[in-house]
Design a binder for this molecule. Structure first.
Ligand SMILES: [Zn+2]
Length: 168
């Protein structure tokens, strides 16, 4: 698997969030950059910068070395992009997405869903009974929904994810 900037962005977006994209992109082809330099270059306040960097570290996307600053006497973290770990994270995301999709498919296949003609809500049989088959939004009668197309769509997605190396 080739670890590109785009693939990395997808992983960061999925696991850490939008606000970490810039920092990881910045470190993509750099080594041992002081957190103060990163914060300065990205024009982000140092505490906020550290928060973002540590959140990436929790997923092993970034790593750091702490070194004592000889002049000032305090410790500074120097950050690296952990490129080799990205394929592992891609695999983890793929597995999680596949499991979720399979779960949804199973639910669709094993449940009768009920809906009114105005498509306000969609609920399973048990809940529909509670509402006496009246839509809680518009009070129209709710009928069993034909979910064959949903099942078809989810089956396709499951097959795609099984074949795909990258789940984005
Ligand atoms: Zn309704």
């Amino acid at each position: 698997m080739k670890v590109t900037q785009k693939l990395t962005n997808n992983v960061v977006q999925e696991l850490v969030g939008e606000d970490a994209l810039e920092a990881v992109a910045y470190l993509f082809d750099k080594q041992n950059v002081s957190e103060f330099i990163i914060a300065e270059d990205l024009d982000i306040e140092i505490h906020q910068m550290r928060n973002i960097l540590y959140r990436c570290y929790e997923h092993n996307i970034l790593t750091f070395n702490r070194k004592k600053d000889k002049k000032k006497g305090w410790y500074i973290c120097y950050w690296n992009f952990n490129k080799d770990h990205i394929p592992h994270l891609v695999g983890k995301i793929r597995t999680a997405k596949l499991a979720k999709m399979q779960e949804r498919l199973k639910k669709e296949q094993s449940t009768h869903f009920f809906m009114c003609d105005n498509t306000c809500t969609r609920m399973d049989f048990e809940r529909a009974v509670e509402y006496e088959f009246r839509c809680p939004e518009c009070s129209e009668i709710m009928n069993q929904q034909d979910n064959a197309r949903t099942i078809e769509f989810l089956t396709q997605r499951v097959d795609e994810l099984k074949k795909a190396e990258v789940p984005f």
